[in-house]
Design a protein around this ligand. Structure first.
Ligand code: NAP
Length: 421
């Protein structure tokens, strides 16, 4: 960390906070310049604590939903004296979890919390009360809470009680933890991610429907992490018939995690969270011997149809699956009604894993919030090979779905692109 170029004079090297600082002193304003540099160093130290809180927050991946993932760190005299995170919906909030793990009295300490502390009675009492009661001196907040019950009120309550509050601290990084919560709390509908793996020429399967594998191991690991992150995974019956997938999350929790957890030392919950599997299958064509049906007692499974043939419905229910009838106007499953149903049942996010027909229906229904696109170094060619979004498509560029690139990562030989819709 170096001071600005405008500094002149000779260089001093000063060891501080486990790193060398380069300080230029010009006569008359030495104090000012040293102070500036120390403050920059102080800032790095504080960012390190907030990053630790972010790391902790990821420990609630999948299980915290429909609540947000939140982490908290309590610091006194340059030492972390308490750490916590929101492990599971209904359990302790991050701030109270950090207080439960204190190694010494928190009076006069600073707290770093990735989301504005709550100030209302829900399943848990308000965290702001605990912060005041423990005599915390200063609170650094990452994300603002769009929940109307909290928004701005948590920070205001702390200030009214004499606590210094710094808001928007590493906000962008903290916000990345919870886009699904932000969407769900303000709309009541699940946050929808459209995911596909395609070749360099934009195909998700060959003309015969073969799609294993387009991407390499690192990308596939990241997909399993995404499956675990989101509350539900949705696939069309075409994919079930073609690939007979399990649609569960298979993650080695002992491994270090790349992809969207790159740079964080995260301890994932063990076992990892499994998404609810949802299959759009208008006419209940799903085979009883498919992997999804055979494992329906182990992983919650919802088969959504447009009309339920009673005998097949009975067999599926007996196998452990739930059967839901949500007809759309076109004889297919209504994705709009499905999102309403999932939202009402507090399923806050959906990861759509194809294929192209169901993707097109999702784009047409206007429910896609994010696109997760993996590109493998292969070319399939062929006008009959499958593409990520089928159907007849948009007629004009001006009317197409507009995206904003939010992530560009290399995963082995593959590229992973993230877009906000
Ligand atoms: N590379 C990848 O990332 C990836 C991922 C997944 C799949 N794939 C490949 O994609 C291919 C399968 O894709 P696909 O397009 O044939 O099938 P799909 O999108 O998985 O399923 C489409 C089917 O879902 C049913 N459905 C129910 N409600 C619907 C609705 N509202 N809108 C649209 N469909 C609805 C319809 O069948 P009913 O009318 O019978 O209900 C429809 O034919 C396979 O070859 C698979 O390997 C690739």
């Amino acid at each position: 960390m170096y001071p600005p170029r405008c500094f002149s004079g000779r260089f001093l090297y000063h060891r501080f906070a486990r790193q060398f600082l380069k300080i230029r002193i010009s006569p008359g304003d030495a104090h000012l310049r040293i102070d500036y540099t120390l403050r920059m160093d102080d800032m790095e130290e504080k960012q390190k604590y907030m990053r630790r809180a972010i790391e902790l927050a990821w420990g609630g991946m999948g299980y915290a939903s429909p609540n947000p993932m939140v982490g908290a760190v309590i610091v006194k005299g340059g030492r972390i004296i308490g750490e916590g995170f929101h492990r599971r919906c209904g359990e302790l909030h991050a701030e109270r979890d950090a207080f439960a793990h204190l190694t010494e009295d928190a009076a006069g300490a600073e707290m770093y919390v990735t989301l504005e502390p709550c100030c209302h009675y829900g399943k848990q009492p308000p965290c702001t009360l605990a912060v005041v009661e423990h005599g915390i001196r200063k609170v650094y907040i990452g994300s603002r809470d769009p929940n109307p019950l909290v928004s701005g009120k948590g920070a205001a309550f702390l200030r009214e009680n004499g606590i210094e509050v710094i808001e928007d601290f590493l906000r962008e990084e903290c916000d990345r933890l919870n886009p699904e919560f932000f969407h769900f709390i303000s709309t009541g509908k699940p946050y929808v991610v459209m995911k596909y793996a395609m070749t360099a020429d934009g195909k998700i399967a060959t003309k015969t429907g073969d799609s294993k594998w387009i991407t390499g191991e690192a990308a596939r690991k990241n997909v399993h992490m995404e499956r675990s992150r989101y509350a539900a995974i949705l696939a069309g019956i075409g994919t079930v018939l073609a690939d007979d997938p399990m649609l569960n999350a298979r993650i080695d929790t002992e491994e270090t995690h790349g992809g969207f957890l790159e740079g964080y030392d995260v301890t994932l919950p063990d076992p990892v969270h499994q998404p609810v599997r949802v299959i759009a299958d208008a006419h209940l064509r799903i085979p009883m011997e498919s992997n999804v049906v055979k494992s329906a007692r182990e992983y919650r499974t919802i088969i959504v149809c447009a009309e339920a043939e009673e005998e097949k419905k009975r067999q599926l229910t007996e196998a452990g699956a739930e059967v839901l009838v949500l007809p759309g106007e076109d004889g297919e499953v209504s994705l709009t009604k499905l999102m309403e149903y999932l939202g009402e049942n507090r399923i806050a996010s959906v990861y759509i894993e194809g294929g192209g027909t169901i993707h097109e229906a999702a784009v047409r229904a206007g429910i896609v919030n994010r696109v997760s696109a993996y590109i493998g170094p292969k070319v399939f060619g062929g006008r009959d090979a499958k593409t990520p979004v089928e159907g007849s498509g948009f007629a004009r560029v001006a009317n197409s779905m507009q995206l904003r690139l939010t992530g560009l990562h290399r995963l082995g030989e593959d590229v992973w692109l993230e877009y906000e819709a």
